[in-house]
Design a binder for this molecule. Structure first.
Ligand code: UD1
Ligand code: CA
Length: 453
């Protein structure tokens, strides 16, 4: 039987090195707060309970995590990581078993590494297991002191408490541990603040256990970069780079061409089919799904958008839109929420579309605003056309039938209907419905007849 696991996430600190009004764990990395990254890595381990320790702006963190099944404990004032874990004691009352403790500021840890840490702990059953890593530049991290045979950890010392010679130690503490509950809580009571920062260090439990003759084992992460703790904004951008590379590589392995991964920003959860080409400066965010043989970018942003296969989107900004197959968008198009392009639609430069359905094969090649409209197939919207959908009070709809031809610089004043094969002359202002096959001209637009000429 799989043993039940409890998780405690320490997130009470302010994060002074961020120089921010926001608590550190609410800073975002690739569209997601640090604390969410940590929780999302932990959830697949199916813990029995998760307790988050909050303090600085605790209310904000509770709000951020309201859709997760977690409980909270307050740490006030914040007297150090050891003191923070102590606050979980009431939450874990009656829980007998392994407790995975993480910091809210290590967003790159993978479920795989955490699972490995827990499995290792359960197999060996020491008093504690510490996730460690070897780093070329370990500055700032707590250092791991191993026993002579290298199998155990004797103590962890913080950077500020090191003797100069000890600074050469390259193995660092990730701030991620597995302890046993309830035993860990009695050890926490023995912590003191006898250190440079005057805090109750969680890391001191290692020394206490060693002195009692208990064993603490290291578990070394496969990829040291996963352990990166975010303390300042330099760390934040480095973590972004790591995450981006990891996601991009995954897509490349799955058959997506990414011309310049260093300048391509794809959030976790975005789906892309093979043979799609992504050019530099492209941002794919939220729930975005892209078909195969699509060309995106350069300089294109898609947010919560679907793109059918064979389409291309050049230098454009698209949000909550559904772009059908074989469409061409841009350069410099702005597709806003509720835009739906049917197959083979062409949207050109300086076109803005909002909450509209554009029928198959229709073209809006340049300089137009289309809002709250439904267009049949094979319409052609001339340059400078404005769908005047707003009367100052409410948004009104426009319906165009099939193969409607709108002359350049027309204004279509909604609410409005134009029948199949109807047309407007250049510069028309259409204020009344237009029947099938009718051509209207002028201001206000009226049916065209040779006598008017
Ligand atoms: C800590 C470890 C260090 C390790 C590093 C890894 C200690 C003493 N040091 O140092 O060995 O290498 O993490 O990233 O544990 N927190 C609270 N309450 C507090 C203080 C901190 O909840 O009173 C939380 C913070 O919100 C943060 C986490 O604990 O999420 C770590 O605190 P931080 O101050 O960043 O510790 P480090 O100095 O990075
Ligand atoms: Ca930290």
């Amino acid at each position: 039987m799989k043993e039940k696991l409890a998780v405690v996430i320490l997130a009470a600190g302010q994060g002074t090195r961020m120089k921010s009004e926001k608590p550190k764990v609410l800073h975002e990395l690739m569209g997601k707060t640090l604390i969410r990254h940590v929780l999302d890595a932990v959830l697949p381990l199916q813990p029995e309970k998760i307790s988050v320790i909050v303090g600085y702006q605790g209310e904000e963190i509770r709000k951020e995590l309201q859709d997760y099944c977690v409980s909270f404990a307050d740490q006030k004032p914040q007297l150090g990581t050891g003191h923070a874990l102590q606050q979980a004691q009431a939450e874990l009352d009656g829980f007998n078993g392994p407790v995975l403790v993480l910091c809210g500021d290590t967003p790159l840890l993978s479920t795989k590494s955490l699972g490995g840490l827990v499995d290792n702990h359960l197999a060996a059953r020491p008093a504690a297991t510490v996730l460690t890593a070897k780093m070329e530049n370990p500055t700032g991290y707590g250092r791991v002191f191993r026993s002579e045979d290298g199998k155990q950890i004797l103590k962890i010392a913080e950077q500020k408490d090191l003797y100069p010679a000890e600074e050469a130690i390259k193995e660092i503490n990730s701030g991620t541990y597995v302890f046993q509950s309830p035993e860990v809580f009695s050890v926490l009571k023995q912590l003191n603040t006898d250190n440079k920062q005057g805090e109750y260090y969680l890391t001191d439990v290692v020394r206490i256990w060693t002195e009692k003759g208990k064993s603490v084992f290291p578990f070394t992460a496969v990829d040291y970069r996963e352990i990166l703790g975010i303390n300042d904004r330099v760390d934040l951008s480095r973590a972004g780079l790591f995450l981006r590379e990891k996601i991009n590589r995954e897509h490349q392995k799955n058959g997506v061409t990414i011309e310049d991964p260093a300048h391509t920003y794809i959030e976790a959860g975005v789906v892309i089919a093979p043979d799609t080409v992504i050019r530099p400066g492209t941002f794919l965010q939220g729930n975005t799904e892209v078909g195969g043989n699509v060309v995106l970018g350069p300089h294109t942003t898609l947010i919560d958008t679907r793109v059918g296969s064979g389409s291309s989107i050049l230098k454009s900004h698209v949000q909550e839109a559904d772009i059908g197959p074989d469409c061409s968008v841009g350069p410099y198009a702005h597709l806003r929420p509720g835009t739906v392009l049917d197959r083979g639609v062409r949207v050109g430069d300086f076109v803005e579309i909002k909450k509209s359905f554009i029928g198959e094969g229709s073209k809006i090649p340049h300089l137009a605003y289309v809002g709250d409209a439904t267009l049949g197939p094979d319409c052609n919207i001339g340059a400078g056309t404005i769908f005047a959908n707003y009367d100052g009070q409410k948004k009104n709809p426009t319906f165009l039938g099939r193969e409607v031809f709108i002359g350049s610089n027309s204004t279509l004043v909604a609410p409005l209907r134009m029948g199949d094969f109807s047309r407007t002359g250049a510069g028309s202002v259409v204020t009344r419905d237009v029947g099938e096959n009718i051509t209207v001209v002028g201001v206000p637009a009226r049916p065209f007849s040779p006598k008017n000429e």
